[in-house]
Design a protein. Structure first.
Length: 353
């Protein structure tokens, strides 16, 4: 099979072996969310948001070591996700069922939705914008050497308030002059999606027309909305560490991508070895300042405590690359790119032909 023009610049190492980009379509639609109920524990408390009750947790303060299998046995790639009997963690608190974690994560993001964008700037000194810009330009959405340009279907999972999707639309429509790129923002949390929808109203009309929203759990994407083998690109930014079953989400990513399609993840990661002072300052900032800023700015210390603990629990770059490979993706070279000394990292993999 002849190689076709590339979608993603930074995957050229693997793309020489695997041609990319075919045309297809996804149907994006809204699905209704299930009302959540709290599986309570002594340390959890309840928040009533938008008519529903969600749990958030005051986690045990005992750091547990990060683990690649922290969300489930990586060999247990159940594409339907959320099987019973497995345990996972919520920040530093262990022994939760997957549904308990999903509920508590829902509570966190319902709570932070309105302040999320402002807090991101404060917590990262604006660095999240640089990382997101770099992530998107490394994927080069809309790039096509054919005339007319090939349509592309992109799913931004855990897309939240739209930062990645909006950048991709702008890159495709403005920089690559390819308006036939469609981006679906998918997220489990209706509060985050509501903020994203509100923000999307300020996009140019052509970009709004290329955007849709889907409320869905990344560990079990609705096949009626996201068909198998239908996407050119699957992105997830700062979302995957919150999933109750990471291998199930990776299996879903593989299912929905076309052969040759690309999985790309931007996530907090581990500071590179050899920078102990930087790591110490970063940890001090994360655990000392971020929950405090959350308390002062958003009136919610617990949610930001969870966010920093979830970063600490996320697997290392090498462990996460192993999970991506275990899910059946082909990984080129080292498989990841460290950003700001490993504070964040970009991972990519390609679904084999
Ligand atoms: C830190 S925010 C990232 C938002 C956005 N991608 C960004 O970079 O700004 C994490 C998002 O993951 C979503 N999320 C958590 N668990 C999820 C799941 N199981 N399926 C889909 N989205 C999930 C949350 O609702 C939240 O919007």
């Amino acid at each position: 099979m002849a190689a076709r023009p590339g979608l993603l610049r930074a995957t050229t190492q693997i793309s020489s072996r695997y041609p990319r980009l075919c045309m297809s379509s996804i149907r994006s639609s809204s699905i209704s969310s299930k009302n959540s109920t709290c599986s309570n524990s002594s340390s959890s408390h309840h928040r009533a948001v938008a008519g529903r009750t969600f749990c958030t947790t005051t986690p045990n303060r005992k750091p547990a070591s990060p683990s690649a299998s922290s969300t489930a046995d990586p060999s247990d790639n159940n594409a339907t996700g959320n099987a019973t009997g497995r345990t996972t963690h919520f920040g530093f608190e262990d022994g939760l069922s997957e549904s308990e974690k999903t509920e508590r994560v829902a509570g966190v993001f319902h709570s932070v939705a309105e302040s999320y964008d402002r807090m991101n700037d404060l917590m990262s000194f604006g660095w999240h914008r640089v990382w997101k810009d770099h992530f998107v330009s490394s994927l080069n959405p809309g790039h096509s050497s054919s005339n007319p340009p090939a349509p592309q279907r992109i799913l931004d999972v855990a897309g939240g308030t739209g930062d990645i999707a909006f950048r991709m639309l702008r890159h495709a429509h403005v920089l690559n002059r390819n308006p036939s790129v469609h981006v679906t923002i998918s997220d489990i949390n209706p509060s985050m999606l509501a903020v994203g929808k509100q923000r999307s109203a300020s996009l140019p009309a052509s970009q709004q027309a290329s955007l849709s929203f889907l409320e869905a759990d990344a560990t079990s994407l609705p096949p009626g909305a996201i068909a198998s083998n239908s996407l050119d690109l699957y992105t997830v930014a700062f979302g995957i560490r919150n999933f109750a079953n990471i291998p199930a989400a990776l299996a879903e990513a593989r299912r929905v991508l076309k052969p040759g399609g690309v999985f790309a993840c931007l996530e907090f990661s581990k500071v590179v070895a050899g920078a102990p002072l930087f790591d110490a300052i970063y940890k001090r900032w994360s655990f000392g300042a971020i929950p405090l800023i959350g308390q002062l700015v958003a009136g919610d210390r617990d949610s930001y405590q969870y966010l920093v603990e979830s970063i600490e629990r996320f697997p290392s770059q090498e462990e996460f690359r192993g999970l991506i490979e275990d899910a059946g993706f082909v990984v080129g070279g080292r498989g990841y790119e460290n950003l700001t000394g490993g504070v964040a990292a970009i991972h990519k993999g390609m679904k084999p032909l």
